[in-house]
Structure formats: structure tokens, C-alpha cells
Design a protein around this ligand. Structure first.
Ligand code: HEM
Length: 136
């Protein structure tokens, strides 16, 4: 049996499961590469011109922790400090909306539905809005 958790209520990670959370992170960047060239170009790319695998890996770790799963991102990279880590990119309304389109498409792919989906849509929109740092 695993150690009892300090917060026993199921969190989004528990409800979705590890595989679904990993799928959301993967599909998020797949959509970005396929449909959002401007947003893709803001990210670190590999020699092949595709998103650098580390970008995918870091976000996948972050997402699992942010949804209530293992705090692996924190252990490896420290506190996310999202506004600070996004300071070098111009996050305007267009970038925010492109980001959210990718995330909502990924959540669709992973069949995240119902009240949890409504909650996550809202939380992602809140964070994306909070990260805006440029006019327009
Ligand atoms: C609002 C529009 C957003 C834009 C344009 C954006 C763009 C970016 C870019 C360009 C990077 C750098 C990747 C790299 O080259 O290393 C990044 C990293 C990251 N973003 Fe965003 N992002 C947005 C929203 C969000 C949101 C809403 C979240 C969380 C819910 C998020 C979480 C992260 C994380 C965790 C990283 C990795 C930080 C690191 O470890 O260096 N981003 N983002």
C-alpha cells in the first residue's frame, strides 16, 4: 500500500491518471507544431526544426505536478515561477489564444470531459491570462 497522502481528496492527476496526463502534454505540442507556427517559433527548436524534446519533457513534468501528481518538476528545476520563466517571450492576446487552442485540442484528444474539463479550461485560461506581458 502506498503512503497516505496529506490531501486525500482526488486531485485532477488522480482522476485523469498518469497516462492521460502524459497524453495531454504530448498532444499539446503536437497541435502546436501542426497548427500554430508562430507559437512554435517562440520555443526552443532542435536541429531538425522541430520543438526541442526538452521543451516537451519539462512541460510534461510541470503538468503532472501542477495537476496534483508527482512534484518531479520542482525537484529537478525548482519552483515554476511561470511569469519569470515567460518574461523572455512576448505573450500577447494572440499568443495566449494560440496556446489555449493547443491545450483545448489536447484535452479533446484525451477525452477530458464534464466538470473536470470545465474546471481545467478555466484554470488554464486564468494562468494564460496571467502570463500576458505584452500589449495586443
Ligand atoms: C499564454 C501563452 C503562453 C506562451 C506564448 C508560452 C510560451 C512558452 C515558451 C516560449 C516557453 C519556453 C520553452 C523553451 O524554449 O524552453 C515556455 C515554457 C514553459 N511554459 Fe509556457 N507559454 C504560455 C502559457 C503557459 C501556461 C498557461 C503554462 C502553464 C499552465 C505554461 C507553462 C510553461 C512551462 C512549465 C514551461 C517550461 C519552463 C521551464 O522549465 O523552462 N505556459 N512557454
Amino acid at each position: 500500500m502506498s503512503e497516505p497522502s496529506a490531501s486525500p481528496e482526488p486531485n485532477p492527476f488522480d482522476i485523469l491518471g498518469e497516462a492521460t496526463v502524459a497524453l495531454v502534454a504530448k498532444r499539446f505540442y503536437d497541435h502546436m507544431e501542426a497548427s500554430e507556427p508562430a507559437l512554435t517559433a517562440m520555443h526552443r527548436l532542435g536541429d531538425d526544426g522541430r520543438l526541442h524534446p526538452e521543451v516537451r519533457e519539462r512541460f510534461a513534468l510541470f503538468l503532472a505536478g501542477w495537476l496534483g501528481g508527482p512534484q518531479e518538476y520542482m525537484a529537478r528545476h525548482g519552483h515554476p515561477r511561470l511569469r519569470m520563466r515567460h518574461a523572455k517571450v512576448q505573450v500577447d492576446t494572440a499568443a495566449r489564444d494560440a496556446w489555449l487552442r493547443c491545450m483545448y485540442a489536447a484535452l479533446d484528444d484525451a477525452k477530458v470531459e464534464g466538470p473536470l474539463r470545465a474546471f481545467l479550461d478555466m484554470r488554464f485560461a486564468d494562468v494564460a491570462n496571467f502570463l500576458r506581458n505584452a500589449e495586443g
